[in-house]
Write a protein that binds this ligand. Structure first.
Ligand code: PGA
Length: 253
């Protein structure tokens, strides 16, 4: 059985005190309503919040993720944060290759593949994002785009590490737009992603990997998205900033 994962991506929102309040209220709820085995909760917080949030929460119930990491180990890289630094604060996951990083900060699959490898080297679980733009979907290229992103971003990841990787499919046109992929559109792509993983690795390995859907997931649409066979949870942006919404999305799983 694959893990089901509900992961929040706070993006560049909340000041530290607000983030800690949010983490605390989630922790209070989940400590008294322990998720069953096989369901994981993750909050993706700004770098500046990792330490304070890790201290506030019970790590056996909620894990903390960074939203990015450097592709370099250490050294003269002004402004960068290494996977080792993230790990040293007690975070367990790192979101890598989010479409905002690809589009606004020029991240390529080459760089993303290095970040994924370095995250693994430092015992962090990467949440590797992929997904097509609206133009790519309209031109019918979405499957090939996602295949290429996965193949190139995973080229440094071997059989041992791939099972320590989470994939998030996030169609760019559905992020923060209020437009969700239909459950059928999402399932079709998730099935395709699992097929690509089976070709890159093997079917038994592909069957073990959690593939999350992201893009305007809300309490109102989460159940029908999560009901799909190949959808193992969600990467939640806007709705992860309100504890009630995040909890209701968790309940949907
Ligand atoms: P959204 O963001 O839920 O606000 O659409 C998802 C994401 O970017 O991870």
């Amino acid at each position: 059985m694959r893990n089901k994962i509900v992961a929040g991506n706070w993006k560049m929102n909340t000041l530290v005190n607000e983030g800690v309040e949010l983490a605390k209220s989630l922790n209070d709820y989940f400590v008294s309503n322990k998720p069953p085995a096989g369901i994981k909760l993750v909050i993706g917080v700004p770098f500046t919040h990792i330490d304070a949030c890790v201290r506030e929460i019970d790590y056996t119930v909620i894990s903390v993720a960074a939203q990015n990491c450097s592709q370099f180990d250490r050294g003269a890289y002004t402004g960068e944060v290494s996977p080792e630094m993230i790990k040293s604060l007690g975070a367990q996951y790192v979101i890598i290759g989010h479409s905002e990083r690809r589009q606004l900060f020029g991240e390529t699959d080459e760089v993303i593949s290095q970040k994924v490898a370095l995250a693994h080297k430092n015992a962090l679980f990467p949440i590797l994002c992929c997904g097509e733009t609206l133009k790519e979907r309209q031109s019918g290229d979405h499957f090939e785009i996602v295949r290429q992103q996965l193949t190139d971003s995973l080229k440094l990841t071997d059989q041992f590490n791939i099972i320590r990787t989470v994939i998030a499919y996030e169609p760019v046109w559905a992020i923060g737009t209020g437009k969700t992929a239909s459950p059928e559109q999402a399932q079709e792509m998730h099935m395709f992603i699992r097929k690509v993983l089976s070709e890159l690795y093997s079917q038994p390995i592909a069957d073990k990997i959690s593939i999350l859907y992201g893009g305007s997931v809300k309490p109102e649409n989460a159940s029908e998205i999560f009901a799909q066979d190949d959808i193992d949870g969600g990467l939640i942006g806007g709705a992860s900033l309100k504890s009630e919404d995040f909890i209701n999305i968790y309940k949907a799983i």
